[in-house]
Design a protein around this ligand. Structure first.
Ligand SMILES: Nc1ncnc2c1ncn2[C@@H]1O[C@H](COP(=O)(O)OP(=O)(O)OP(=O)(O)O)[C@@H](O)[C@H]1O
Ligand SMILES: [Mg+2]
Length: 510
């Protein structure tokens, strides 16, 4: 048997599937594509998370597009974090290209141009369905992690959340949170300290500064109503194809804190609301995070811990998470160790450090009789990648250098008009983009403070009035008495005596 035949059998056996699967391309040996040696990932293991890595321009984003399209085609909804704005083309069919036909001929599967059902979401004021969450939904623990505050300060936040809960003061946005912090050390100081203990102005000041920092990154846009219902990510169109929900994040690249906050909130919300999944044979939702280094960059240790544990837990809800980044080392080890599918595009060896990174990456892939992994890593072409997946039994598949199929939709962004069409067709836009300004902690506390001020002013005015009345009646009696005041009386009413008597009185009271 020829080497090629042995390799062909090796791949076909290793990538055999009984249930539904996604075909990614055909395996390559010595730089040649082996037609029909198909590399397939079973649907069943797609909730086991994954990584798409490789140097710039090697095809990571297109691989993401291929996976998203094929999931949608099989009825699985997808959520894409579009950092560079180059994914919206999924809503239009590919115009085709002779090179694409040639690619598919080599692979052994026909090329079909198609468009997919797309919903455009946004975190900011860009056009699209607004993604928002309320401060209450985050809860004190998550908010503390996001703000990266000390234990004591986290304790204060818990107290304030409880106070707001007990007093029916909804915490919707950051304005509400700032207001309650300020209230706790000013007007509401006595009330709150009586119930829960004193809150130091220094601690509340420190928390306030963290909130302002988050606001400067645009956090105020993200917190508020109407909060997004994660079930809306699970829609399927009339033809049974999963919606591809694209979050436009082009204006968020320089605001990593906001991005990690958003990701953590979204994952926590999904974890809290999705039901536990049995073995359904397919994921409920697959999330792709392009330029994933951004969520880990500048994330505090507390936030990283939280992300790591959610990544671990969310799998049981049938949610697959795919990180797309240039270097696998951008992703923390604790997350890397949980990944089932690894798609490694070419790496470039310019420096000694690069060569070291390549060796390290190669060591993290299964051994193969057919490849020198580190050599393959540097010689892969564009739209080619080393793949290692999990088979239906959860066992790693053989390592395969793969010529990847081309996306069925357009590999480019939508024109302004095309984008308008997608937005106009949105069934979610009206519900989430309606401006809501429900009465929340900010307004209610202001009202309370105002009321207290009013009452205080009223009481003061009443007191003054009484005092004025008293002194005018006293004035009339004293003027009557003045003529008859004895010398003793004069001494007793002298300011010095009055002051000293008052001194005794106050001592007695104490
Ligand atoms: N599977 C594929 N089929 C056909 N062409 C591809 C494929 N993958 C990549 N290409 C070609 O390579 C180009 C670059 O791919 P892509 O944008 O996915 O790279 P990238 O790794 O995401 O780059 P960056 O790191 O800059 O984001 C594409 O515009 C396309 O022309
Ligand atoms: Mg890219």
């Amino acid at each position: 048997m020829s080497d090629t035949q042995v390799f062909f059998d090796h791949i076909n056996k290793g990538y055999q599937t009984k249930g539904e699967a996604i075909t990614l391309g055909a395996a390559m040996l010595d730089g040649e594509t082996i037609t029909n040696a198909l590399v397939k990932v079973p649907m069943k293991t797609l909730n086991r998370h994954g990584l798409i890595a490789g140097a710039t321009g090697t095809g990571k984003t297109k691989t993401l597009q291929v996976l998203a399209e094929n999931l949608s085609d099989q009825g699985v909804p997808v959520l894409l974090m579009d950092m560079k704005g180059d994914l919206s083309g999924i809503a239009q069919p590919s115009p085709g290209h002779p090179k694409i036909d040639e690619r598919h001929e080599k692979i052994g599967i026909p090329f079909e141009a198609k468009k997919f059902p797309v919903e455009i979401l946004t975190l900011s004021e860009q056009e699209g369905v607004r993604l928002r969450a309320t401060v209450s939904e985050f809860g004190p623990v998550l908010i503390s992690r996001i703000l990266d505050v000390s234990e004591t300060q986290a304790g204060i936040l818990s107290i304030l959340f409880k106070y707001c809960d007990d007093n029916k003061l909804p915490l919707l946005d950051l304005k509400d949170l700032k207001k309650i912090l300020q209230y706790a050390t000013e007007e509401g100081k006595e009330e709150i300290s009586k119930l829960y203990g004193r809150i130091s102005p220094a601690s509340s000041g420190a928390i306030l500064r963290r909130i302002v920092e988050l606001e400067q990154q645009g956090g105020d846009l993200f917190f508020g109503e109407r909060s997004f219902d994660t079930d809306d990510l699970l829609r399927v169109d009339e033809n049974g194809r999963g919606y591809i929900n694209i979050v436009r994040l082009t204006d968020i690249q320089d605001r990593p804190k906001l991005f990690s906050t958003f990701m953590l909130c979204l994952l926590a919300e999904i974890y809290a609301t999705f039901p536990e999944q049995g073995d359904t044979g397919r994921p409920e939702l697959v999330i792709f995070i392009d330029e994933a280094h951004l969520i880990f960059k500048e994330a505090s240790d507390a936030l990283l811990d939280q992300i790591e544990s959610i990544v671990k837990l969310i799998r049981s809800k049938g949610v697959g998470l795919y990180f797309v980044t240039q270097n696998p080392t951008d992703v923390p080890d604790a997350v890397l160790s949980q990944l089932g599918l690894k798609i490694q595009h070419a790496l470039r060896a310019f420096t000694a450090k690069d060569r070291k990174a390549i060796k390290l990456t190669a060591e993290n892939y299964p051994l193969s009789d057919f490849y020198e992994t580190d050599e393959v890593l540097t010689s892969l072409g564009i739209g080619e990648a080393l793949i290692s997946a999990l088979n239906e039994k959860g066992i790693p598949t053989p390592l395969a250098a793969t010529l990847l199929r081309a996306p069925m939709s357009r590999m480019d962004i939508l024109e302004a008009e095309e984008l308008e069409d997608v937005l106009a067709a949105s069934k979610l836009k009206d519900r989430y983009n309606e401006a809501l300004d429900r009465e929340s902690a900010y307004e209610l506390l202001n009202e309370k403070i105002e009321k207290a001020h009013l009452e205080e002013a009223k009481a003061k005015a009443a007191k003054e009035k009484k005092k004025a009345q008293r002194s005018s009646s006293r004035r009339s009696t004293s003027s009557r008495r003045r003529t008859t005041r004895s010398p003793l009386e004069k001494v007793l009413t002298s300011p010095t005596v009055i002051r000293s008597v008052l001194g005794i009185l106050t001592k007695l009271i104490k």
